[in-house]
Design a protein around this ligand. Structure first.
Ligand code: CDP
Ligand code: ZN
Length: 162
């Protein structure tokens, strides 16, 4: 391996449209709400941002490359399953996860009551301590597409080490 850096940083960003008739899944947790996120998989925007950050830190591209959205295998798939595959890919390259910090950008609904459950599901899937994963929510003060409730965005940062 040419690059022997001990620490590797990665960032991820994703957006999905909010529509009627879909479940809202964030961080692997179903959140009661009148709308859900549109996408080929379960459209879990938070897990998508986290996966892109993990893949980025490992120089493995992005989720579009690993799980193409025209592949029927990934239709309606739980993003926790995809996260597990990402975890295996980065472990195969000899990386361990230092920590993950992620933000969900949504005007509504309030996600604070579900953060603990999201952290638990992610920590279990990635085989990391609860202490290594932080998730938070913010609104955009009713500004822009998130503020109008047209979609939800998420961003994530990770540190990998080996
Ligand atoms: O500027 P700040 O993020 O503190 O304020 P805000 O966007 O009005 O959000 C206030 C608080 O609500 C945040 O600190 C989050 O803890 C929480 N929040 C949430 O639980 N779910 C959201 N979709 C947005 C915000
Ligand atoms: Zn996505």
């Amino acid at each position: 391996m040419h690059n022997q850096n001990k620490f590797r940083v990665g960032t991820g960003y994703d957006v999905h449209r909010l529509v009627e008739g879909r479940k809202l899944i964030l961080g692997g947790v179903e959140i009661p709400y009148e709308k859900g996120l549109l996408g080929h998989s379960d459209a879990d925007v938070l897990l998508h941002a986290i996966m892109d950050a993990l893949l980025g830190a490992a120089t493995l591209g992005d989720i579009g490359r690993h799980f193409p959205d025209n592949d029927p295998e990934y239709y309606g798939v739980s993003s926790l399953k995809l996260l597990k595959k990402v975890e295996q890919a980065i472990r195969e390259r000899g990386f361990s996860i230092g920590n993950i910090d992620a933000t969900v950008i949504a005007q509504k609904p309030k996600i604070a009551p579900f953060l603990q459950e999201m952290r638990q599901k992610i920590a279990l899937t990635l085989q990391i301590e609860l202490d290594c994963i932080n998730i938070k929510g913010t609104t955009t003060e009713q500004l822009g597409f998130c503020g109008r409730g047209e979609g939800i965005a998420a961003q994530a940062s990770v540190i990998l080490y080996r």
